[in-house]
Design a protein around this ligand. Structure first.
Ligand SMILES: NC(=O)c1ccc[n+]([C@@H]2O[C@H](COP(=O)([O-])OP(=O)(O)OC[C@H]3O[C@@H](n4cnc5c(N)ncnc54)[C@H](OP(=O)(O)O)[C@@H]3O)[C@@H](O)[C@H]2O)c1
Length: 258
């Protein structure tokens, strides 16, 4: 069920958290995974964790805001014989009031979210052969706005909108393009946010975690592998009619009904 056996997937920002969980689920379901991030030690370690369980994982250093997209696609060709699946996950954008974000920071995040996405899609599509899957992992900030999230909200919304346009243009090539807008998932990054809030507010981390969970109808924070299961489904044959969607996975947190 929801098989991706024998498929070849590229996953960006895959050394930890959500990206790593997606790579693990796909690899455990029989896919080969080219895992990339901008820290060579971390990405090697992450791929080794999968390899020692007999899974097909290949680490590649790829800085989303700097590296050349062609090099990642050609490494997929060298290591896996090509690629059928492109999963775009991203680094964490700066959380800050708009007036405290510099022009250089906007340029850097533009390169991470928009230039990396457009250039990787441009290199990925021509080497597919009548079947492909593209998934953009974004954030609930594409559906709801929050103070301090201007980079995340604006650039990820652009990614989702790009996904919709691509679905119209690439459907006839057998490629589906979908986005995922996740709520809170328990990664090291979210743990750091909880710890920071507890220091700022003079509360315990348990109290800060309770405050987060209070608003989530499902009554808990998500587990990163749950995003992996959704990605695996979107990459399976069973999901071939889901195209151009932006799918929330947030325990019901965002209130927008469509
Ligand atoms: N966790 C949540 O609740 C949540 C909610 C909504 C949205 N998100 C978003 O989901 C994404 C993943 O979050 P996470 O919680 O899994 O965080 P994480 O554990 O900190 O993972 C971030 C990943 O991004 C990679 N990365 C950072 N800068 C990069 C760059 N310039 N080029 C390539 N890779 C880079 C990191 O790898 P290296 O350090 O090895 O390069 C790491 O693998 C982020 O965009 C985050 O904002 C998370």
């Amino acid at each position: 069920m929801y098989e991706v056996d024998g498929k070849r997937a590229i996953i960006t920002a895959a050394s930890s958290g959500i990206g790593y969980a997606v790579a693990s689920v796909l690899a455990e379901s029989g896919a080969s995974v080219l895992m990339s991030s901008h820290d060579s030690q971390k990405i090697k370690q992450a791929a080794n964790n999968l390899k020692k369980n007999g899974l097909k994982a290949y680490p590649v250093v790829f800085d989303l805001s700097e590296s050349d997209a062609g090099s990642l696609i050609s490494k997929a060709s060298d290591r896996m014989g090509g690629s059928d699946i492109l999963i775009m996950n991203y680094g964490d954008p700066k959380l800050s009031p708009f007036m405290e974000i510099t022009g250089e920071e906007w340029d850097m995040y533009y390169r991470m979210f928009i230039r990396a996405t457009t250039s990787l899609v441009r290199e990925f599509v021509p080497q597919t052969n009548g079947w492909g899957r593209i998934v953009f992992i974004t954030s609930m900030t594409t559906r709801e706005s929050y103070p301090g999230f201007s980079i995340s909200g604006s650039l990820r919304a652009a990614v989702v909108n790009l996904g919709k346009t691509l679905s119209l243009e690439l459907g006839k090539l057998g490629i589906t393009v979908n986005s995922i807008s996740q709520g809170y998932f328990l990664t090291e990054r979210l743990q750091a946010v909880i710890t920071r809030n507890s220091a700022l507010n003079g509360t315990s981390t348990e109290e800060e975690r309770r405050k987060l969970v209070e608003d989530i109808p499902s009554g808990r924070i998500g587990r990163p592998e749950e995003i992996g299961y959704l990605v695996r489904f979107l990459c399976s044959e069973e999901a071939s009619y889901i195209n151009g969607a932006n799918i929330p996975i947030d325990g019901g947190l965002t209130r927008y009904p469509y």
